[in-house]
Design a protein around this ligand. Structure first.
Ligand SMILES: *Cc1c(COP(=O)(O)O)cnc(C)c1O
Length: 385
């Protein structure tokens, strides 16, 4: 379809294209010097001691769980209002996801109160998600974690270079996981990063992403080693030099793009705040620095969501939903993963994610807002106001 306003457009420049080509002129294709540069630049950007690049954000979350010693039978607390990868990797470890509700109708991040309610003797960790780039309540969450001896994994897929108080997200928990998938704030096509402040975890991550081998192919290539040991069975979650090179280039432009995203965010808020039938989450809890990843709204007219999505589509405006609750997916129900998450279900049934990307023009923002106003005006009579 040819959209007037697509949901998303990746920001790819000539610099990125040149960066992608550069490693092809060298003789080393995968996880070499460029990857190391990318990791060092990322560490510098979010002031973290150890960064390890991986092939995607899901792989990052998976080895984070392994490095936190999550084993079959363990319970891991996770929001239901997140991307399904979070729960999938918990199951992949043979552990059980315990779904936690949102904090409130304004703050959609994981509820510290619900976390405390659902901690059991089997709980070993929690995976928290900085939804849309808004920080979870990390002071409270890390206090609860300390009290119950739980590991904290931060899913920072929406929150690259974002602070809670003075500390960058990813540095609050035991491990921070980032995604550089095509629709994220910085992209390498597919890619991810694992950060930690714990040297022992960092070492395990380093090996886990490459089969658990203590010697890299690059070292063998350089004649530094002939054989290797496997200290802990791992995976092939490596990134290649081409992606790392794109990542370095994207990282250079991230601050500019965040400023553009903030401008669009503020314009959306200015217009949509005047519409009674629309509420915008996180207005009250807005932190000093925000990831500005997606623009979610809540429709206050029960049952009206689909009509609005359809009307916007007719006007060439593409929208999305973040997210269908994980605990309601058929593949999860079949395993009887029940969850008491009423707020999540309400938000998920009434949420629309609006188009949002750095190259979006003011005119396009206005077109989306006008489309919403028109759709609300023309709601079918079967929808009760
Ligand atoms: C994108 C995303 C992931 C998965 O990252 P991939 O790089 O696509 O594997 C995980 N969690 C959240 C919240 C995401 O948005």
């Amino acid at each position: 379809m040819n959209w007037n306003v697509p949901f998303f457009q990746p920001d790819i420049t000539e610099d990125d294209i040149q960066a992608a080509i550069k490693p092809l002129h060298d003789s080393w294709m995968t996880m070499g010097p460029v990857t190391q540069q990318f990791e060092e630049a990322f560490s510098g950007k979010i002031k973290t001691p150890y960064s390890h690049a991986v092939c995607n954000g899901t792989a990052a979350l998976h080895i984070a769980l392994v490095a936190c010693d999550i084993k079959p039978g363990d319970e891991v607390l996770v929001p239901s209002l997140t991307f399904v990868a979070c729960a999938n990797v918990i199951l992949a470890q043979g552990a059980t996801p315990i779904f936690i509700d949102c904090t409130s109708k304004e703050d959609w991040t994981i509820s510290p109160d619900d976390i405390e309610q659902k901690i059991s003797p089997n709980t070993k960790a929690m995976m928290v998600v900085h939804y849309a780039g808004f920080p979870c309540n990390m002071e409270t969450i890390t206090t609860i974690a300390k009290k119950h001896d739980l590991k904290v994994i931060e899913d920072c897929a929406h929150a690259v270079v974002t602070k809670d108080h003075d500390r960058f997200l990813g540095n609050w928990g035991d491990v921070g996981c980032f995604s550089f998938f095509s629709n994220k704030n910085m992209t390498t096509g597919e890619g991810g990063m694992v950060v930690t402040q714990n040297q022992e975890i960092a070492n395990r991550i380093k090996y886990l992403r490459s089969h658990g081998m203590t010697v890299l192919s690059l070292d063998k290539h350089k004649g530094r080693a002939a054989t290797y040991d496997v200290v802990e069975p791992g995976f092939n979650y490596r990134i290649d030099e081409i992606r790392s090179s794109i990542g370095l280039s994207q990282l250079n432009r991230l601050d500019d793009n965040l400023a553009k995203r903030k401008h669009i965010y503020d314009l959306y808020i200015k217009i949509l705040n005047k519409i009674d039938e629309v509420s915008i989450p996180f207005l009250e809890t807005c932190a000093e620095s925000v990831g500005y990843h997606i623009f979610p709204i809540l429709i206050n007219v029960e049952g009206a969501r689909q009509s609005i999505i359809d009307a916007l589509k007719t006007n060439g405006i593409q929208t999305s939903i973040h997210y269908p609750p994980i605990h309601l997916f058929s593949g999860y129900q079949a395993h009887a993963y029940t969850a008491n998450c009423p707020l999540t279900e309400h938000i998920s049934a009434n949420e629309i994610t609006l188009p949002f990307y750095p190259s979006m023009t003011d005119e396009q923002v206005i077109m989306v807002c006008d489309g919403i106003k028109e759709a609300l005006h023309n709601l079918p009579t079967t929808v009760s106001v």
